[in-house]
Every structure is written in C-alpha cells, then in structure tokens.
Design a protein around this ligand. Structure first.
Ligand code: EPU
Length: 422
C-alpha cells in the first residue's frame, strides 16, 4: 500500500498563498543551534519531514527540542552529549552533514554515518572534508561512518574549488570556535548562507562577508542562545510562481524576497508571464497562450537555481518552440523529464541538457516523484494536464514542501491524497 497525491487538472487557481520559511536554511540552522550554550528559538520553521528527521537526531544527542507554536522551535543543547550519529534519520536527508561542522566546532570530535538525500548524480563532500582538514581535523572513513578528530581547531585560509553551499556552511560552523581567523575564499553566496551566518552572529560568532565570495570567521570561546526568524523559502516561492503562471487566473504569492528570485523573474518576463512584483509579494496572472520558449543554464546564486529548473520545465512544455535547459550543478538532474514524457511532454535529454519541445497537451498519468523538485514539477504538470495525475513516492515532496496539498486546495486546485495498492 502506498499513499499518493492525485490531481485533477485544469481547475484554475485563485487567491493568496503564503510561503514558508526556507527549507535549505532551516536544515542548516537547526544543527547550527547546537553550538550555543543555551536555548535557541527559531521561528518560521516549515512543517516538513526534513525538520522531523533533524529533530530525531537532536533528541538522539540529548538536545531538548520543543515545538512552541505552529512554526517555532526551541532547541536547547544545554544537556547534550556527543555520541555517534548512526540513526537511520541521518540517511533521510543530505543536510545531516551539517552535524559534522557543528559537532566538530563544539567538541572537536564527530562520528556520523554517510548522509543521504535526493539522488541527483554524484554528490561528493570532499570540499567539506578538505575544509575541516585545513582547520586541523583528521578525517577517517570506517564501515560507512566518518570520524573527524581535532584536539584543537586553528583558523586557516581555505579556497573552495567549487562554490559549494554545504561546504561553505559546514566550514563556517566548524570555524566559529577555531583559534584565530578563518577565511573561506570562493565561498558560495546563496541567501541561506547569510541566514546561517546571521544566526551564528546573533549567538556571538564573528562572521563577516556572508553573501560574498570571501567569508571571514574570527574564532570565539562561547556562543549563547538567541532568537532567529528564518528567511522565506525562495525555491518554494519559485515553485508557486511557476504553478501560478501555469494554472492561475490570478494568484498572489506572499512572504517572498523578490531580490532572491531575480534570475527566475527575468526568465519569466522573457517567456511572457504577466507579473506584478511588490515588496514582499508577487501577483501572477496565469495564461498558457503565447508563452515563448527560452534557454536556461543553471548556475550558483545569483544565477538560475538548479532547484528551479525542474519545476520550470513543466511550464516550458507549454511554451511555443524549443527550450533548452543546461545543468551545470547536477548534470544528472533530469529524471523528471522521463516522468513528464509519460504525461505527453516531448523532451529529449542529452546530458547535461534537456530539449523541451512545446506546446504539447499534457494528460493525467501515473508518475513517480524521483526526487523533491521532480515532485514539484509533476504537481505543476498535474495542474495543467487533462484528467487525473497520480504521483507516487510523495515522501520526496513532503521533505521540502509544507502542506502542499492544503495550500493548493485553498487556491482552488483539485488535489487529494489516496492510499493505493502498489
Ligand atoms: N560539490 C563537490 N564537492 C563537495 C561539495 C559539492 O564536488 O564537497 C559539488 C556538487 O557535486 C555540486 C556542486 O558542487 O555539483 C554544488 O553543490 P553544493 O555543495 O552547493 O550543494 P549542496 O550544499 O549539497 C545545496 C542544496 C541543494 C541545491 C544545491 C545547489 C541544501 C540542503 N541543499 O546542496 O538543494 O541544489 O545546494 O544550490 O541546502 C533541493 O533543495 O532540492 C536541493 C537539492
């Protein structure tokens, strides 16, 4: 038996939807909180299964995790114990690797099994480990477990060969207690990195330059509890913007930072989407008539986000002519194309690109969310399609989209869950 999401397409969306706190910031902020000596209150925490998995890991370490209201979490690491993180929950998400940086920073010792997460092609963590080693840690890998040891962490200059989001955040967390100054060069610039640096600075860290390609961290002895509100999720916002372009009469998406979405908004403008951009909201008047095809190349922020190319591909099936999406971050991130093909899309994949030929009518089919953003892409396709679409493996969607079925129902979509035979 399996729970699936079903969508009856062609019902126009209308109304307002509120974007939740950023998933990719949250999954780093939660491990970062254990660096404090007292309780950290994080507000705007999305209700997603990645947060549940991280909470399981925190409790495994003896951290008190208290959900105070629908979206705030108090994390109290006062009584925590550093023990090996071998719980199954480590394997449920990629971001469990942030416990490496946080535990190394706090205790100088970490044992953790290999992190999991969406399969998007190879996802090495060599740059994280290179960073830890530059700070003085030794890294060993034994029976599926990483063991990091550093009697003392000492600040250093670290050049990242690739501007990796995860490595930048992980090194920042390990370096907050290192002796002296650490400089990360070719650091990633994603807004989630600024959010983590903001939390750490509120706790008492001395991090400068987050959001630029050079971050400096002056080690401090102690970090304290604090209050922090998470930035809105730019990928969830992008997903609803594309959904609205594909299936709305008029939808307002609120609690967004338009600046974080510039690469998407300029593409949508080029495609011909009718948008009205406010300070913290955007109004989309959807129409599939006369959408123009476009070419996209995914790049690190502020370039076009890899996480958005999959949802946008569903819309591009409705554009006139051929669109080409080229992936430079995860060259195998095209599993959604074979699922879209089951719904009538005409897409050729020649890694690292997909060629989307439109417009093609989509029809409801039995499809599988192979990863989180593939799931978002299939929801959009289901809203456009004629008939009923069944989406399987919805645990991927639940990892990153808070109450997606409720949010869409409130906009007038016909979307529901059903338990079916496998
Ligand atoms: N890379 C290496 N070595 C490393 C680290 C990364 O070669 O040690 C490579 C990766 O293989 C990839 C590139 O560098 O080709 C960039 O990877 P990055 O480390 O920036 O990705 P990440 O931190 O593992 C985060 C997001 C992803 C998002 C990417 C790129 C989180 C938890 N995940 O992953 O989000 O796609 O940055 O922006 O923040 C998603 O939300 O669906 C998702 C997959």
């Amino acid at each position: 038996m399996e729970e699936v999401i079903k969508i009856e397409g062609k019902h126009k969306l209308n109304g307002t939807v509120r974007i939740s706190g950023s998933k990719n910031a949250t999954v780093a902020l939660i491990p970062a909180a254990i660096l404090a000596n007292g309780p950290v209150t994080i507000c705007g925490v999305p209700s997603i299964s990645d947060v549940d998995s991280l909470s399981v890991l925190l409790r495994d370490l003896g951290v008190i995790v208290d959900k105070r209201s629908f979206d705030s979490l108090v994390i109290d690491p006062t009584e925590m114990k550093n023990k090996p993180l071998v719980h199954d929950a480590v394997n449920k998400l990629r971001a469990s690797y942030y416990f490496m940086g946080a535990l190394l920073g706090k205790y100088g010792h970490v044992e953790i099994r290999m992190p999991g997460g969406c399969y998007l092609g190879p996802r090495p963590i060599d740059l994280h480990l290179k960073g830890f080693e530059s700070l003085g840690a030794t890294v060993t890998y034994d029976h599926g477990c990483y063991i990091l040891d550093a009697p003392e962490l000492v600040g250093n200059k670290i050049f990242l060969d690739i501007a990796s989001v995860g490595a930048t955040i992980n090194i920042m967390m390990a370096a907050v207690h290192a002796k002296g100054k650490t400089v990360i060069e070719n650091a990633a610039k994603e807004p989630e990195i600024i959010d983590v640096a903001t939390l750490l600075n509120k706790m008492g860290a001395k991090i400068r330059g987050a959001g630029t390609n050079m971050i400096s961290i002056e080690g401090v002895d102690q970090l304290n509890g604090c209050f922090h509100e998470i930035i809105p999720d730019r990928i969830e916002a992008a997903t609803y913007i594309v959904m609205a372009a594909a299936a709305a009469d008029e939808v307002v998406i609120e609690n967004i930072i338009p600046h974080h979405l510039e690469s998407l908004l300029s593409k949508l403008d080029e495609i011909g989407v009718d948008m009205e951009i406010g300070i913290d909201r955007i109004c989309i008047r959807g129409s599939l008539d006369n959408l123009k095809s476009t070419d996209i190349m995914t790049l690190p922020y502020p370039g076009f986000a890899t996480d958005i190319q999959q949802p946008l591909t569903a819309l591009l099936t409705q554009a006139q002519g051929q669109s080409i999406v080229t992936e430079t971050i995860y060259t195998e991130r095209f599993k959604h194309c074979q699922e879209l093909a089951k719904m009538g899309a005409k897409i050729n994949v020649m890694i690292p690109s997909s060629m989307i030929n439109g417009p093609t009518p989509l029809f409801g089919a039995d499809v599988t969310a192979t990863d989180l953003r593939c799931g978002a892409c299939l929801v959009i396709a289901g809203l456009i399609a004629d008939g009923v679409t069944t989406i399987r493996n919805i645990y991927h969607i639940e990892r990153g989209y808070e109450h997606i079925d409720e949010k869409l129902t409130s906009l007038g979509a016909k979307i529901w869950r059903e338990t079916i035979e496998n």
